[in-house]
Design a binder for this molecule. Structure first.
Ligand code: C2E
Ligand code: MG
Ligand code: MG
Ligand code: MG
Length: 274
């Protein structure tokens, strides 16, 4: 039919669409092998307070593809969420992070650092997620009180009661929760009231033009006030400039993450860059 309509040309895909479909399929195929082939890594990014002291670290997944080089999680995490691979990949990331946390716990210079790990809604909603985390803590001997799980607003929309129960069980172990990318999802402020959150991360999209965009400035200002009045730690993501830091500090945000303090790096270089 498509052929008849378009003479000799196949009309279903233009070449761009075909490439992207094929590319996606090939990336997905490779992702299936990535864990077994040892191609995944965690990189780490510093979180700094208003005195310039390092107070925490966020673990960020990286995929070193043999042909493509480093692939961003923004590319492969959504793929892994669709096909379920995020469950074993997320397990690997959490386990690696807990191993690192256990090493720090044994070193006085690093023992008060917290380590934040991103958890996909798909992984979080596995029926045995609580036991998975408990198992990893027992296995690695990582201190639960230094572990922060970063969740996104997408999680909070699904089954609020179950999500809340899961969070409460983990929190009873001492684990803390951060709401990541705040302001980018379909959030309802009532979640902030009902869920046991400890930290709110202002998305970098609001920080980028903070100094020139009045709307962004108003959103960030209001978010800081909201977080503070709810007793939540507020972290600004994507801080790249000294002027952004000064603005944030002046408006009551005392915890930051961004290239100004260091890019995500392999663990060997984490404390060198800063
Ligand atoms: P995120 O959790 O919001 O992580 C922050 C992202 O901002 C990271 O991107 C980081 O490299 C980037 N970033 C940090 N500082 C700056 C800055 O000053 N400027 C700019 N432009 N960017 C900055 P990355 O590493 O590409 O990760 C993207 C997203 O992938 C993460 O966003 C997170 O949602 C997801 N992700 C990463 N690792 C994991 C993981 O282990 N599990 C899950 N489920 N998701 C992960
Ligand atoms: Mg995060
Ligand atoms: Mg974020
Ligand atoms: Mg993000």
């Amino acid at each position: 039919q498509a052929k008849a309509a378009g003479g000799n040309k196949l009309r279903f895909f233009n070449s761009d669409m075909q490439t992207s479909v094929l590319e996606r399929a090939s990336l997905e195929g490779d992702l299936h092998q990535a864990l077994a082939r040892n191609e995944l890594a965690l990189h780490y990014q510093l979180q700094v307070d208003h005195h310039g002291a390092t107070v925490g670290v966020e673990a960020l997944l990286r995929w070193y593809h043999p042909q493509r080089g480093w692939v961003s999680p923004a590319t492969f995490i959504p793929l892994a969420e669709e096909n379920g691979l995020i469950v074993p990949i997320g397990h690997w990331a959490l386990k690696s992070a807990c191993e690192q946390l256990a090493k720090w716990a044994a070193q006085p210079a690093y023992s008060s650092l917290s380590l934040s790990v991103n958890v996909s809604s798909v992984q979080f909603q596995q029926p045995d997620f609580v036991r998975e985390v408990e198992g990893l803590l027992a296995e690695t001997q990582a201190p639960a009180s230094r572990l922060v799980l970063e969740v996104t607003e997408s999680l909070l929309m699904r089954e609020p009661t179950r999500v809340r129960n899961t969070m409460l069980r983990l929190r009873a172990r001492g684990i803390r929760f951060a709401l990541d990318d705040f302001g980018t999802g379909y959030s309802s402020l009532s979640y902030l009231k009902r869920l046991p959150l400890d930290e709110l991360k202002i998305d970098q999209s609001f920080i980028r033009e903070l100094l020139t965009d009045k709307t962004d400035a108003a959103i960030v200002d209001t978010t800081i006030l909201l977080a503070v009045s709810l007793g939540l730690t507020v972290v600004a993501e994507g801080v790249e400039k000294k002027e952004q830091l000064d603005w944030l500090r002046g408006h009551g945000c005392y915890r930051y993450q961004g290239y100004l303090f260091g890019r995500p790096t392999p663990i060997e270089y984490l404390f060198e860059t800063y």
